[in-house]
Design a protein around this ligand. Structure first.
Ligand code: ADP
Ligand code: MG
Length: 293
């Protein structure tokens, strides 16, 4: 049964502008790649020959393999599983960690779309002065995705639990279906009760905004359905509400979400959703509204 159970927001932090600055120095992975000791070289050789990495072997640089190596050494990954997705900038794989599966998102440093990333970092107080070095931008991006997931989680938004980050690789909770396959996106499932699903997602958007973040790429493609819950994914591009682009991104998010649910028969407009999310409308608990006539 589809309940879309809204998770509790116990312990949600109050909104603030205490965003921690994210420091981008040389990572341990870079040092490992430079050192190329025998153990790392063997790991690299082994992993390059596995089925799931064959295609990427040419795309992933040594430091990416070093990042994977570091994550294995640190115990966050025991064995690599199947590829789940090849996106514009990142590949997502499953991996085994102890007795459970995790999702491993590997950003390709040389992905051609990286220039777009710069725009999302501009005006974000957490990334002042990181410059335009490709590697630094991608590294910052991945740290940002990790920090965004943490912040969303603290705000009471159901997202994959972020586990570890190393250079251009992010390890997080794997959201699987009961059949152990990849969890379906909202656009891929039949929604029995779209009204409830909408109310839950709307509340998550409000909580995220109250915690100072705007998703920036929210749509039915970045919300997955998992064990009766909606899970918001792909927070790499999320910006703080202080970002110069925050307003535009939020408007676009509201349009995407409103359009999708309107198509499912829910009576909602992008403007109404925007008002709800930002608390500027006459919604909320329904008491305050200064209605005209
Ligand atoms: N934590 C996760 N658990 C399960 N599947 C995931 C997870 N993260 C991503 N995926 C799958 O990989 C796809 C791409 O991931 P996403 O973070 O949206 O990256 P992209 O930037 O390429 O869109 C998602 O649509 C989803 O199917
Ligand atoms: Mg996505």
């Amino acid at each position: 049964m589809t309940e879309f159970g809204l998770i509790d927001d116990d312990g949600a932090e109050s909104p603030g502008d205490e965003f921690e600055e994210i420091e981008i120095e040389d990572t341990e992975a870079d040092r490992i790649a430079r050192r190329r000791d025998r153990e790392f070289s063997e790991f690299r050789k082994r992993i390059k020959n596995t089925e799931q990495f064959k295609v990427e072997a040419s795309v992933f640089d040594d430091a990416t393999f070093a990042a994977l190596y570091k994550l294995v050494q640190d115990g966050h990954i025991d064995a690599f599983g199947a590829p789940i997705s090849t996106g514009k900038e990142a590949n997502v794989y499953t991996a085994l960690a102890g007795d459970h599966e995790v999702a491993v998102k590997v950003y390709r440093i040389n992905a051609s779309d990286f220039k777009d990333m710069r725009g999302y970092l501009d005006g974000d107080p957490r990334f002042e002065g990181i410059g335009s070095d490709k590697k630094k931008v991608v590294t910052a991006w991945v740290r940002k995705e990790f920090a965004n997931l943490k912040r969303a989680q603290q705000a009471g938004v159901r997202v994959p639990n972020p586990i570890a980050v190393e250079r251009n690789v992010l390890v997080m909770e794997y959201i699987a279906t009961d059949e152990r396959g990849r969890a379906k996106r909202l656009n891929e499932v039949h929604i029995e009760n779209p009204e409830t699903a909408f109310e839950v997602l709307r509340e998550y958007m409000r909580r995220l905004h109250a915690a100072g973040l705007v998703h920036g790429d929210l749509s039915e493609y970045n919300v997955v359905f998992h064990e009766g819950e909606l899970v918001v994914i792909d927070l790499g591009q999320a910006v703080t509400v202080l970002s110069p682009n925050a307003e535009d991104f939020l408007r676009r998010d509201c349009e995407n979400v409103a359009n999708f649910f309107a198509g499912q028969g829910v009576e909602v407009t992008a403007d109404e959703l925007y008002d709800y999310v930002t608390g500027t409308g006459q919604h909320g608990d329904g008491s305050s509204a200064a209605s005209k006539d």
